[in-house]
Write a protein that binds this ligand. Structure first.
Ligand code: HEM
Length: 512
């Protein structure tokens, strides 16, 4: 009885004591953050609301609604969100005094990768090391790798094609474009990054053989492992101090198993690549730049650091582009005028080539409307909708004329900024033409799909090449239909904001 009473009192008293303490801190308001609008009544008191929005996977939506009434929103006791281009420059721009926030510390082992490290010097060292590998001139050497994966994808898509003149629908099989875009990018980044030919596209599946830390082999699905890992991680990383405890309390959640599986995928891929190197194979891929510089001088990185860099490459290099490619084709299908204009531009560029199945990069690289469509897709549905938090320097920082004290977490929500009506006319409409207009240059200050400044995406050349080549090849070869005219993908946010299945019907243009 005594034991039950003790447990009951503790269960009641702990939350009361916690919120009582939070309320005192809120009233004391040492950082003067009470002047900003709250996301909800809880936001000034505790991280709970923000973590809850992350668990629900709709952080960007809730925040977007809050920003309809306020430019600055306090989303948690120590977190401010700014929906303004001036804030974007102050928070992310070159010369910013901000650093990455403790969000990036959550759940890490000994080695951090270029994306997660918060230390400016360590980041500069890593960025210098990786710069040549990610440079466009290097990437051009790997065009064949991308082309080979596009060719394999088109072979698969051909099998799904329907004939316009045949009665259909009841037994017609749609293609889940979303799933195939992930499989395409997973295959492509393994080849670009590690010279690994997984041939997942040919198999039509993302099942991979991996080894656990005890050397036992097992099979796991890349997409499920990565997504489960990202989903559970992003839910709790907004409360980094509580991350370890929350992980222990949710030990039963199978997504922690996905986290282990994704780490095994990366470690296995990295180990295979090193074995091939030790066997004397000369491979031309991103990993070769981790092993040594362009003159062949070894970098002498530890295995842990190389594995960490492979982890971000396989993660950021597949998920983000898979999302962008899925979103863009969906947006083109529901905007037939834009699709027609794009198709005319691509057809013209490919005119006169013998084999037009895979669009050669040199032919489509500078097509203005193709680039405008890609940018408009990234504006309207940015793969990274909110997750780029920064920390103000200990001495504090001026953001948009407000003095923000030191060690405050600050961010610009990409989704809201890129739909800010003061900057983008018809913000919710897909209008690639805006990127070809006279004021396009001004719009770029509020275009942050890759973030900005020293911590901006290092992989943007890769994603543009993949998107340009694949979208050009798709619109040139096929016409498309959604399974229902009013179909809309469902979105769920982890670190990225990912659409669910996008089932479409395909038709070969040369057969219609
Ligand atoms: C549409 C595609 C992509 C989008 C929207 C995107 C977006 C972003 C964003 C927003 C950041 C900043 C993250 C932060 O501040 O925490 C970032 C960083 C990064 N991205 Fe991407 N990315 C894309 C494709 C890629 C690809 C293809 C790769 C590599 C193969 C890649 C590798 C990286 C790396 C390594 C960083 C960390 C850079 C640093 O901190 O110096 N990304 N990306």
């Amino acid at each position: 009885m005594l034991y039950i009473t003790f447990v009951a009192v503790t269960v009641v008293l702990c939350p009361v004591a916690y919120f009582g303490f939070c309320f005192i801190v809120y009233l004391y308001d040492a950082k003067a953050l009470r002047r900003f609008q709250n996301l909800s009544f809880l936001s000034g008191l505790s991280d709970i609301q923000w973590v809850w929005e992350s668990i629900r996977g709709r952080r960007y939506k809730t925040l977007h609604m809050a920003h309809q009434n306020a430019t600055i929103v306090r989303v948690a006791p120590n977190v401010l969100s700014f929906n303004h281009p001036k804030a974007a420059t102050a928070i992310y721009g070159h010369g910013t005094p901000t650093t990455k926030s403790p969000f990036y510390d959550a759940g890490h082992g000994h080695f951090k990768n270029v994306a997660d490290t918060r230390d400016k010097e360590e980041h500069s060292r890593k960025r210098r090391l990786l710069a040549t590998g990610y440079a466009l001139t290097t990437l051009l050497r790997w065009e064949d790798k991308v082309a080979s994966r596009i060719n394999a994808l088109l072979n698969q898509y051909d099998k799904f094609c329907l004939r316009l003149d045949v009665a259909r629908r009841a037994d017609a099989i749609p293609v889940d474009h979303r799933r195939w875009m992930d499989i395409f990018t997973i295959d492509a980044i393994h080849d670009i990054g590690l010279s690994a030919n997984l041939r997942l596209i040919e198999k039509g599946d993302d099942l991979i053989e991996v080894q656990n830390s005890r050397g036992q082999s097992y099979q796991c699905q890349f997409r499920k492992s990565l997504w489960g890992n990202l989903r559970i991680h992003a839910s709790f990383a907004w409360a980094p101090r509580w991350y370890g405890l929350l992980k222990r309390l949710t030990w039963w959640d199978s997504r922690w198993q996905d986290n282990v599986a994704f780490n095994d995928i990366v470690a296995t891929a990295c180990k295979h690549r090193i074995q091939r190197h030790l066997a004397g194979e000369k491979l031309d891929d991103f990993f070769s730049f981790l092993l040594g510089d362009k003159n062949g001088v070894p970098n002498m990185l530890m295995l842990g650091e190389m594995t960490a860099e492979c982890s971000v490459m396989l993660n950021a290099g597949s998920e983000t582009t898979g999302i962008a490619l899925s979103n863009l084709l969906y947006l083109l299908i529901v905007n037939p005028n834009a699709l027609e204009r794009l198709r005319r531009e691509v057809d013209e560029a490919l005119d006169g080539i013998e084999d037009t199945k895979v669009a050669p990069f040199a032919r489509i690289r500078y097509l203005p409307y193709l680039k405008a469509c890609i940018d408009e897709g990234l504006r309207l549905l940015p793969p990274s909708a909110t997750t780029t938090p920064r920390y103000t320097p200990p001495s504090g920082q001026d953001i948009m004329g407000y003095w923000i004290p030191g060690n405050t977490e600050v961010l610009c929500p990409t989704y809201s900024l890129q739909r800010n009506p003061e900057i983008f006319s018809n913000p919710d409409v897909f209008e690639p033409e805006r990127w070809l207009s006279d004021n396009a240059k001004d719009l770029h200050t509020s275009f942050l799909p890759f973030s900005a400044g020293p911590r901006a995406c290092i992989g943007r050349n890769i994603t543009y090449m993949e998107q340009q080549m694949l979208i050009a090849s798709l619109v040139h070869r096929y016409t498309f239909e959604l399974i229902a005219p009013d179909f809309k993908p469902a979105y769920e946010e982890a670190v990225t904001c990912s659409p669910g299945p996008i089932p479409i019907y395909l038709f070969r243009r040369d057969e219609t």
